[in-house]
Design a protein around this ligand. Structure first.
Ligand SMILES: Nc1ncnc2c1ncn2[C@@H]1O[C@H](COP(=O)(O)OP(=O)(O)O)[C@@H](O)[C@H]1O
Ligand SMILES: [Mg+2]
Length: 248
């Protein structure tokens, strides 16, 4: 099975041989470390490569996500093989489904959520290609019970990455004590773990420096160092150390 490049420079540097298509990857980090933006960029890059993509959103409406992505010039609406699976709008009185947006009316019903997800995966003919991003699993934890959710994640991994060779990538908020046990379980279920953080030393001086590292990636070589990055209007960029810049 072929590994694939993510199309994001810093990630491709940390994963020089790419990511196996049958990996379910968790993206862990505190609020504001860039989980959502990274998911959006991974999705957009994959769509640009001509592959299908699904954004399963739990924390915001497709309309505002689309607008947010346009700040980065990532216009997902132009791709025929892109869909939103909207697990947020069920909270609202006015819901706007479209060809692009499928609304889930009761995401806490995990069986029906799973069936809807895989209907779209099959409709987009995702086999050996494509990406599904989930933002965030933490939000899904707040509306479902833990053992059932863990079982659902195992089903998703089996039916998506393993059976169909489609990359699944999900964001998980770090630091909510009430979900510690579930998050620990994800560590062992998932094939890949990517951590985001603010550098703790630099935080003591009152600054926020975003860093990422690949904690685990089954089936491929990866660099595990904490690597500083920033989010610009063009997406993720590695931050070179000042000394290296001075040398140049
Ligand atoms: N349009 C933008 N241009 C530049 N940076 C942005 C933009 N939108 C968000 N960011 C950066 O991304 C950070 C938030 O990232 P986000 O992906 O929402 O975090 P998380 O999902 O981990 O809570 C902001 O703190 C900001 O630094
Ligand atoms: Mg987010």
């Amino acid at each position: 099975m072929k590994n694939i490049k993510t199309g994001i420079e810093i990630l491709d540097k940390l994963l020089p041989y790419g990511v196996p298509r049958d990996n379910f990857i968790g993206l862990f980090g505190e609020g504001g470390t860039g989980k959502s933006v990274i998911l959006y960029e991974l999705l957009y890059k994959k769509l640009e490569m001509g592959e299908p993509g699904i954004l399963v959103c739990f924390e915001d409406v497709p309309r505002s996500i689309t607008e947010h992505m346009k700040n980065f010039r990532w216009d997902v609406t132009k791709f025929k093989n892109f869909r939103f699976l909207d697990c947020y709008s069920f909270r609202m009185e006015t819901r706007v489904p479209s060809d692009l947006v499928k609304i889930v009316t009761r995401p806490s019903d995990l069986d029906s959520l799973t069936e809807t997800l895989f209907d779209i995966i099959d409709e987009l003919d995702m086999k050996g290609k494509g990406i599904v991003v989930f933002d965030s699993l933490t939000e899904l934890m707040t509306i479902s019970n833990a053992p059932e959710l863990v079982d659902t994640i195992k089903d998703w991994r089996a039916r998506g990455p393993k059976e169909r060779s489609v990359n699944f990538i999900a964001s998980i908020h770090y630091g909510l004590k009430m979900f510690n046990d579930v998050v620990d379980t994800f560590d062992y279920i998932m094939d890949g773990l990517i951590d985001l953080r603010y550098n703790p030393e630099i935080m003591k001086q009152g600054f926020l420096l975003k860093e990422m590292r690949i904690r685990k990636m089954k089936g491929t070589f990866h660099i595990t160092n904490w690597t500083p990055f920033e989010i610009t209007d063009k997406g993720m960029k590695e931050l070179k150390k000042e000394k290296e810049v001075e040398k140049k």
